[in-house]
Design a protein around this ligand. Structure first.
Ligand SMILES: *Cc1c(COP(=O)(O)O)cnc(C)c1O
Length: 398
């Protein structure tokens, strides 16, 4: 089946006597039974809910996985994967993983006795050197956010297989399964913050773990039920609705991102553009081999933190906000926002880095907005920022 067809043609509510064409929201905590001594079907929403089951079927199809589990957030999904580890185990993680992932590893797992090593995930030889007998998990993102370093999923997977006990987990949030399917490339586990492209409307926080391993799925489901961090019915419905337009949204935003990247790369005010879609990006060829496109997130530097800040505040079509993958474009300065929880010593990002998440607006409008803001931000005699003085980044305890 064509992938667009697959997104909208599935049984939305197996067994529903009314044959609703949209999955009902089973907004119930508990389910009645025929008899007191039977254990059939759904029981309690923490353990299972039909709306969530319909969503998980869709998520599994998307990742070409046998199992998918929906969580209350991307971090809850990552914490679920972390539950596969025991004190004494060793984890090797990409050195520029998401800030919240970095925090989970260094401030939750490490104090519990799980050793963490880091490696530049675009360098498979570095992984080979970092693997130890106790290594149980290798965790990477590709391309990384926001510097867009590309990991060779098949090569990392081969190293994990040769090792025997290490499982490869890929956080696929930046691209979404529309563009990249890590399980097909040999990964053991795929993780998503479904808050981003999968839901696509910026109106829900959710997370996903997908796998083909029976034992992994069973342990994840056990812990999710034991700890109660599954996705609620209404959020499951919102996310399921979002997935139906995943292809349309991602393709359109990606096309605009390619235009914006080319526009920025040609501008004298811009130092460096980090976008795997540009032919001179060091990971371009590898990425093109393992993914169907570069996605809709890109970053750049201006050479000055002050210029970057003024640029963000001079933009009018880009809301200053963390997160990405929503319908409307956003801009952020990762060092001050999404990656602020990474200690300065561990931070690998340029402080003048600006990240754009491209939405589904017209590319011409976005380029015109950037053009205007670049001129305003780099004007030599620029006084205190006025145009954007009322705009504030929401910087809290993420
Ligand atoms: C946002 C994000 C997360 C965390 O997901 P939440 O839904 O915010 O909890 C994890 N990994 C990556 C790559 C992300 O971008």
């Amino acid at each position: 089946m064509d992938r667009y067809t697959e997104l909208v043609h599935f049984d939305p509510c197996p067994g529903d006597p009314h044959r609703a064409t949209s999955t009902p929201i089973y907004q119930t905590a508990t389910f009645g039974r025929e008899a007191a001594d039977t254990e059939e079907g759904y029981d309690y929403t923490r353990s299972g809910n039909p709306t969530r089951t319909a969503l998980e079927g869709q998520l599994a199809r998307l990742e070409n996985a046998r199992h998918a589990l929906a969580y209350a957030s991307g971090m809850a999904a990552l914490a679920g994967v972390a539950r596969l580890l025991r004190p004494g185990d060793h984890v090797v993680a990409g050195s520029d993983v998401y800030g919240g992932t970095h925090r989970l590893l260094s401030r939750v797992l490490e104090p519990l006795g799980v050793a963490i090593a880091r490696f530049p995930s675009h360098d498979a030889d570095a992984l080979a050197a970092a693997l130890r007998r106790e290594t149980k998990l290798v965790l990477v993102e590709t391309p990384t956010n926001p510097l867009q370093q590309v990991a060779d999923i098949a090569a990392l997977s081969a190293l994990c297989r040769a090792h025997g006990r290490a499982r490869l987990a890929v956080d696929n949030t930046v691209l979404s399964p529309w563009l990249q399917r890590p399980l097909d490339l040999g990964a053991d586990i795929v993780i998503h913050s479904a808050t981003k492209h999968l839901s696509g409307h910026g109106d829900v926080t959710a997370g996903v773990v997908a796998t083909n391993h029976e034992d992994v799925a069973e342990r994840l489901a056990f812990h999710r039920n034991a700890e109660g961090n599954a996705l609620a019915p209404f959020e499951s419905w919102l996310l399921l609705r979002g997935t139906k337009t995943l292809g349309l949204r991602v393709e359109r935003a990606q096309n605009a991102a390619e235009r914006v990247a080319a526009f920025l790369a040609a501008r004298p005010e811009i130092r460096e553009v980090y976008f795997v879609g540009l032919p001179d990006h060091p990971g371009h060829t590898l990425h093109a081999r393992q993914a169907r496109g570069p996605g809709a997130v890109l970053s750049f530097t201006t050479g000055s933190v002050e210029t970057s800040r003024r640029l963000c505040e001079a933009l009018s079509l880009f809301t200053i906000a963390v997160s990405f993958g929503s319908l409307a474009s956003t801009v952020s300065m990762p060092c001050a926002m999404s990656h602020a929880s990474v200690p300065a010593a561990d931070r690998t990002l340029p402080s003048d880095l600006v990240r754009l998440s491209i939405g589904i607006e017209g590319a011409d409008d976005l380029c015109a907005d950037l053009d205007r803001a670049l001129v305003a931000a780099t004007r030599a005699d620029e006084g205190p920022a006025t145009a954007g003085a009322s705009r504030r980044a929401v910087v809290g305890a993420r």
